[in-house]
Write a protein that binds this ligand. Structure first.
Ligand code: ATP
Ligand code: MG
Length: 474
């Protein structure tokens, strides 16, 4: 039976336009890992690879994913898995080296009357770390990534008869505003290019701003939509380039023709929708093209478009555990930049059963900061929910527990709002250059209260700093 895959990503240094044999590095790292390791752990950064002949080209080696959802533990014995090593270099996005947007210009036409798309080279520097910054319930990104890889790999088989197997390589992410749909689509494009490095030597992200096509070019829409897709076809002629098309707010381009007709709207929108449908039918014959679409108005989308979508994935607002993680990473960034500092009265620290006081870190390790019975852990950051549940379950007043109480009150807030609130809290309520973690959490509670409109309840709690709140862990 085929073993499940453990994915390892080797990020290469940018060597100033010099040609790097990624296949050589890939083979070298694979061999070295198999020879020197018994286990590897998800999220592990592998070090001490200096003995490799091409070590000077390597920026980092990371274990990133495991393909079998059943046995999702973090440690994996190499004899039980198939190691999949990918090597990649991050490119400057093309907008850095080319004009900011690229016009699709056709001879004899007014250049102004042409819609704009944005092309970014993948894997792109501007998208580095975006995948890791996203926090979703139920491992949605990893599942989508595995699915798209399988879909692309199967469809690359030239023997497949596409009239019998109807796949369009079309993925729709839908859900409330600010839930991370656009960001996830871009992160998927980046990851897909890295993970499919053996099949495609490079990638391009083609962002279509559907809104500008229709509103700006009213009356011309269908022609422009057609031209836009023609240009994507031309790009896709290079079969070793993976083309990831992103159509944001797709309802603008594919509004229901029935609604448009009954509302006596101009036929422009109807024709544009027809044009998109025809263009998608043509694109499905290009095995190196995948189309991601986003929408927060799925009910207004034409049924014929929805029928072509292979995967419709609802992206909801973060659950409390995801809200905690979003806040945690934002607050830790503020701590890293010294905008938040531990309280001097040690309320940000927790006592363990041996009366040792600890400020817990991400990957707790006892640091050199110690004095008598007091030992601080480094780095001074707010720990993960898992760590809190295991080690801090009886420390009601430590920062992690306070943050968890705040996160549980964030129901209905979008990821975008959650990412904004820690900074907003400091900007609105703290007047010095920095404040303590304790003060930071108190003002964060206040802005959450204001945002969710929960009256003075949470505010009072934050101000009085009561310890009577009971936490229910997920
Ligand atoms: N689940 C999440 N985890 C982490 N950050 C998130 C999450 N959701 C949103 N964000 C943050 O919010 C910002 C906005 O997200 P994005 O534009 O992708 O949302 P969207 O769903 O496309 O919104 P809209 O429907 O308004 O277009 C991103 O920069 C991202 O940092
Ligand atoms: Mg969006």
């Amino acid at each position: 039976m085929l073993k499940p895959s453990l994915h390892v990503e080797v990020r290469l240094k940018n060597v100033g336009g010099a040609f790097v044999r990624t296949d050589l590095v890939r083979e070298e790292v694979l061999e070295w890992l198999l020879k020197n390791f018994v286990h590897l752990k998800i999220d592990q950064e592998v070090e001490n690879y200096d003995s490799l002949p091409h070590a000077y080209l390597i920026e980092s080696i990371n274990v990133v994913d495991f393909s079998d959802t059943e046995g999702e533990t973090s440690f994996h014995r190499l004899q039980d898995v198939q190691l999949d090593v990918q090597a990649y270099e991050l490119h400057e996005s093309e907008e850095d080296s080319l004009p900011r947007t690229r016009s699709i210009h056709h001879e004899g036409e007014d250049e102004d009357a042409i819609p704009q798309v944005r092309v970014t080279a993948l894997p792109g520097k501007s998208l580095n770390g975006v995948w890791e910054s996203l926090v979703f319930n139920n491992g949605i990104p990893a599942r989508l990534l595995r699915f798209t890889i399988r879909m692309m790999s199967i469809m690359k088989n030239p023997a497949l008869n596409l009239t019998v197997l109807n796949w369009n390589r079309l993925i729709l992410l839908y859900g409330p505003p600010g839930s991370g749909k656009t960001t996830l689509a871009k992160a998927l494009a980046q990851k897909l290019t890295i993970r499919m490095g053996k099949q495609f030597t490079r990638g391009k992200l083609v962002e279509v701003n559907s809104h500008s096509v229709l509103s700006k070019w009213f009356g011309e829409s269908s022609k422009l939509v057609g031209k836009m897709f023609d240009s994507i076809h031309i790009m896709a002629e290079e079969e070793t380039t993976l083309i990831c098309v992103l159509i944001d707010e797709v309802e603008t381009l594919t509004s229901s023709r029935e609604r448009a007709a009954s509302g006596n709207e101009c036929g422009d929108a109807v024709r544009a929708t027809n044009q998109v449908l025809t263009a998608l039918d043509r694109l499905r014959h290009r095995p190196n093209v995948i189309v991601f679409c986003t929408s927060n108005l799925i009910n207004t989308i034409d049924p014929a478009f929805l029928d072509r979508v292979d995967v419709k994935q609802h992206i909801s607002n973060p659950c409390p555990a995801a809200a905690y993680e979003i806040f945690r990473t934002s607050l830790n960034e503020l701590i890293r930049c010294n905008l938040l500092v531990p309280s001097s009265d040690s309320d940000d620290v927790v006592e363990d059963s041996d009366d040792v006081v600890q400020l817990v870190g991400d990957s707790p390790s006892i640091s050199s900061v110690s004095g008598g019975d007091w030992i601080l852990m480094d780095p001074c950051t707010i720990p993960t929910l898992l760590y809190m549940n295991v080690h801090l379950w009886n420390r009601t007043n430590c920062p992690a527990r306070k943050l968890w109480r705040i996160a549980q009150r964030c129901e209905g807030l979008s990821g975008r709002t959650l990412r904004r609130l820690p900074f907003l809290a400091l900007a609105l309520h703290i007047h010095g250059e920095s404040c303590t973690v304790r003060e930071g959490l108190a003002v964060l509670a206040m802005v959450v209260d204001e945002e969710t409109g929960k009256g003075g309840e949470l505010k009072r709690e934050a101000m009085e700093e009561r310890e009577t709140f009971h936490t229910s862990f997920p």
